[in-house]
Write a protein that binds this ligand. Structure first.
Ligand SMILES: Cc1ncc(COP(=O)(O)O)c(C=O)c1O
Length: 500
């Protein structure tokens, strides 16, 4: 599920009062000055006002077209029992539409709702369906395994094959399976602390690594604080987690200097706070400084698997100690993998041998199941292929070029950035360096209006910051259609802003 809903939402797509919400064009409030200092342009106030009226118009269109989804929503909402908030997971009400669209089916790059509207899917379940919905080899593996037993807490004949495939694909020798990427991160962090005997974790401001308590902190005025949106948080996370700005090598050096950091957990490109690319030399410094400090490096590739075969680490030659990937890795069936070096494996042997036995804090009953192994195998062998990545990257390049051209033609102060098949429309001209830049550039009003305008034109993008993900199933015609829909929506936004 989207990191920006629930836990991450207030960070990624400010709906509330943070300093970057600007109200009136020409009113140079402190908020406007703050945003301008971060590179957000003068016309933002007018664009935001225009976005609010665009959102109202698009919401009305959405509602009028979806009587069945609306009836389902009202029935769910008004019930005195059943799903809380009317949906199986409350995040589903955080999308910008007036009520959730009820899905009938999803196949390849397309989905259809119960009102009969077909959509081209560029959200892809926030990456779970990165390689397209319902890939045939995974569906076949699933059916075969369902007939032969889904979960017995025993390895199957797929185990050896999948272990070898993971090593070949991602370059690390040893692997374990979890059920979600959140779990994989949690287990890997636990191991890092156990091996180093250190308590502190280092994260980058604006990060999201799943529902992993230890990572859910923010950097505010130079201090690490527990993320205010967390429900029921009992301990002050800043006691054992340190947050620093991405791309800040001096801050990294200072944070590692006390020698108490067990592990740095990082996305190689930050994708959960708009999209923040690493500056040249940043990853080399991260590796050099962590090694010098005796700190482990965990690279979370759950989203950056979009980079190409083997993920960002393979494409860019990074050398993590621990690697995590989830969501799409078994074609959308709940599974995640975490891999590590031979050195980590040897140290883990020592630590486990010295432990009294019993619960390790690593596990969950359904992890490593026959079902997961079968689907991991099908995905690695037949779905997540060189050829699939070729089509994904070509589609994303085509879309990025089209979006950039529209943005220039319309004269919007925005740009597009990309990690392989995943791209992001950033609402300022210059690249983002860190989460402070990302928060200043974000606009809930503009993002929501664009999202709904694109949906009404037949294209579903990821909610909140409108991340676009290209599956191998997307045709060049669909890619061009998306660019046209964006140009149309953005032009009407700009025209309305110009008349304010
Ligand atoms: C980078 C990253 N890691 C881990 C996760 C957690 O994935 P899951 O929600 O499947 O546990 C997410 C979720 O969005 C993510 O973006």
């Amino acid at each position: 599920m989207p990191r920006h809903a629930g836990e991450g939402r207030r960070i990624d797509s400010p709906a509330g009062p943070p300093h970057f919400v600007i109200t009136f064009f020409g009113n140079r409030s402190l908020a406007v000055q703050d945003a301008e200092a971060q590179g957000v342009e003068h016309g933002r106030g007018a664009l935001e006002m225009a976005a609010k009226s665009l959102l109202a118009r698009e919401s009305a269109i959405y509602e009028a077209r979806r009587p069945l989804s609306r009836t389902a929503w009202n029935a769910g909402k008004d019930k005195s029992a059943g799903f809380y908030a009317g949906v199986p997971l409350h995040w589903m009400t955080d999308w910008p539409m007036p009520f959730p669209m009820v899905l009938r089916y999803a196949q390849g790059a397309r989905l259809e709702d119960i009102d009969g509207h077909g959509l081209v899917d560029l959200c892809l379940g926030d990456s779970a369906a990165m390689f397209g919905h319902a890939p045939a080899p995974v569906a076949a593996a699933l059916a075969a395994r369902a007939a032969g037993g889904l979960s017995a807490m025993l390895p199957t004949q797929d185990s050896d094959i999948v272990g070898r495939l993971l090593s070949e694909r991602f370059g690390l020798p040893f692997w374990q399976v979890a059920t979600t990427a959140s779990d994989a991160n949690r287990f890997a962090l636990r191991v890092a602390r156990a091996l180093t005997g250190r308590k502190v974790l280092l994260v980058f401001d604006g990060c999201y690594h799943g529902a992993v308590d230890d990572t859910l902190v923010d950097l505010r005025d130079g201090r690490t604080v527990t993320r205010p949106s967390l429900l029921g948080q009992a301990v002050d996370l800043s006691a054992t987690t340190r947050s620093i700005p991405f791309n800040d090598i001096d801050a990294l050096e200072a944070a590692l200097a006390p020698g108490d950091v067990a592990v740095v957990i990082a996305e190689p490109v930050m994708t959960n706070c708009s999209m923040i690319q690493p500056q040249p030399g940043f990853h080399a410094a991260l590796r050099r400084l962590t090694r010098a400090a005796g700190t482990l490096l965990l690279i979370d590739e759950t989203h950056t698997l979009s980079s190409g075969l083997g993920g960002y680490c393979a494409v860019h030659g990074l050398e993590p100690d621990i690697f995590v990937a989830g969501k799409a890795v078994a074609g959308g069936v709940p599974a995640a993998v975490w891999g590590f070096t031979a050195d980590i494996a040897a140290r883990l042997d020592t630590v486990r041998a010295a432990s009294p036995g019993g619960h390790s804090g690593i596990g969950t009953t359904l992890s490593g199941s026959a079902l997961q192994l079968a689907c991991l195998r099908a995905c690695l062998e037949e779905v997540m292929t060189h050829d699939a990545y070729g089509r994904m990257t070509a589609g994303a390049e085509r879309i990025a070029a089209g979006l950039e051209a529209s943005i220039r033609e319309i004269g919007l102060p925005w740009h597009v950035t990309r990690v392989g098949a995943r791209l992001e429309i950033v609402l300022r001209r210059q690249p983002l360096r860190n989460a402070v830049d990302a928060r200043a550039a974000a606009s809930h009003a503009i993002e929501a209006a664009l999202h709904l305008a694109l949906l009404n034109r037949g294209y579903l993008v990821t909610p909140f910051h409108n991340m676009v993900l290209v599956s191998p199933c997307l045709s060049p015609e669909q890619a061009d259609g998306f660019v046209e829909a964006f140009a149309d929506a953005a032009a009407s936004l700009a025209a309305e802003a110009g008349s304010i």
